[in-house]
Ligand binder design. Structure first.
Ligand SMILES: Cc1cc2nc3c(=O)[nH]c(=O)nc-3n(C[C@H](O)[C@H](O)[C@H](O)COP(=O)(O)OP(=O)(O)OC[C@H]3O[C@@H](n4cnc5c(N)ncnc54)[C@H](O)[C@@H]3O)c2cc1C
Length: 362
């Protein structure tokens, strides 16, 4: 666990796990503040899981979710009010700790001198250069001047953003392209199906963002907070303003675990797993290996989902493992599909249609 002290009242850090909560209590922290919205990342335990662990340790815990790249002035004010009311020291976290540190800095803008705020954040490992103008302005967003201009600005350095940049550069090498993405890690998500089947190790599906972006592309590490299309610009977390001639937007899909009541509380435990999360795909493989008989239920949510084939692929690969272990006959497999059809393109996979006997659910 990574704890970064800002002052005697507060420390911040990256995403914690339920297992970290007891260590925080033992280290003397008296309250936990989560600034990360649920379902933001592919490797993120939900707030309910953290809250459950905190309650077991007797720690007050609060959820003040702030969208990545969208730290609003009112979020910082709410953070300041909460911080003042909680028993101290408080531990606040988000994906990396930057959002929590930014909220703290903005909330302290009228209480501490600017150099002290920046110095304390810098000592904790956070460069708050992007919000200096706001901190200097008493925690309020000032009107923004243009900080950079590029021919093409691509929002998101996932599979889509990286591929679009590579494709454009293959056509015109001299294009000035910037990709904006706050993530340090780029995940090869289709590989998680293979992790869940024991074919890949999880780490082969994760690469540093810097290593996968096409050469010649400028990576602006930050999150887009707002689009200002009337002046062909995007505004980054803090106030950095980046102008473009053409804009490509590919920030990916956001998973909504909360849409299924009870799921966030049980995901990753009690035999409930999902290959749609980096940290849970290994648990899928653990469960598949452990099952020697009984019932296995695979589910496919309604569209839009990241990969329409992934739920079925998990089932076929699991069944193949049970077949090779000689236990397939003892496993009763259900595939629950929320969609109307198994495949959008029926002719593509007629053979597969024969493996699953359809039954209507009531
Ligand atoms: C288990 C699994 C199996 C799959 N199998 C297949 C398969 O077999 N075949 C297939 O074709 N597809 C498959 N997919 C789907 C495929 O992985 C996705 O379609 C693809 O990764 C989507 O790419 P993307 O760039 O749109 O989004 P992502 O890869 O999710 O990237 C989005 C990026 O945008 C960034 N971002 C978000 N918000 C902001 C912001 N405000 N500012 C700046 N940046 C931002 C994020 O940090 C992220 O890096 C699978 C997916 C999963 C999960």
């Amino acid at each position: 666990m990574d704890i970064r002290t800002l002052n005697a009242d507060i420390a911040v850090g990256p995403q914690i796990t339920p297992a970290d909560v007891a260590a925080l209590a033992a280290a003397g922290y008296r309250a936990i503040l989560c600034n990360r919205p649920n379902g933001e990342g592919a490797d993120q335990p939900g707030f309910a899981e953290i809250a459950q662990a905190a309650q077991a340790c007797g720690l007050p815990v609060h959820h003040l979710p702030v969208e990545s790249g969208t730290v609003r002035d009112e979020d910082a004010q709410a953070f300041g009010v909460l911080l003042a009311s909680l028993p101290k020291p408080v531990f606040a976290y988000c994906r990396t700790g930057t959002r929590s540190a930014t909220l703290w800095a903005l909330s302290q803008a009228t209480k501490l001198p600017l150099p002290e705020i920046l110095q304390r954040a810098r000592s904790a490992g956070y460069d708050l250069q992007a919000v200096v103008r706001r901190v200097a302005n008493g925690g309020q967003t000032p009107g923004g001047a243009i900080d950079a201009t590029h021919d093409i600005v691509i929002v998101g350095g996932g599979a889509a953003g990286a591929a679009v940049a590579a494709s454009l550069l293959a056509r015109r090498r001299d294009l000035d392209i910037a990709i904006i993405d706050p993530a340090e890690v780029h995940y090869y998500q289709p590989g998680w199906t293979m992790v869940g089947a024991g074919v890949f190790k999880p780490e082969v599906t994760a690469r540093t963002m810097a290593s996968v972006l096409p050469r010649g592309v400028r990576w602006l590490k930050g999150a887009v907070a707002a689009f200002e299309s009337e002046r062909d610009a995007v505004v980054l977390d803090g106030c950095r303003v980046v102008r473009y001639r053409q804009l490509v937007v590919c920030p990916g899909l956001k998973l909504d675990w909360q849409a299924i009541p009870g799921l966030p509380e049980t995901l990753g435990r009690h035999g409930v797993t999902s290959n749609y999360r980096y940290d849970l795909a290994p648990y899928t493989w653990e469960l598949v290996q452990r099952l020697r008989g009984g019932k296995a239920v695979f589910t496919q949510p309604p569209m839009p989902i990241k990969c329409a084939g992934a739920p079925q692929k998990a089932m076929y690969l699991s069944a193949d493992h049970w077949r090779r272990q000689g236990v397939l006959d003892q496993v009763d497999i259900d595939f629950c599909n929320a969609g109307a059809v198994l495949f959008g393109v029926a002719d593509y996979v007629p053979a597969l249609m024969e493996y699953i006997a359809p039954t209507a659910c009531t």
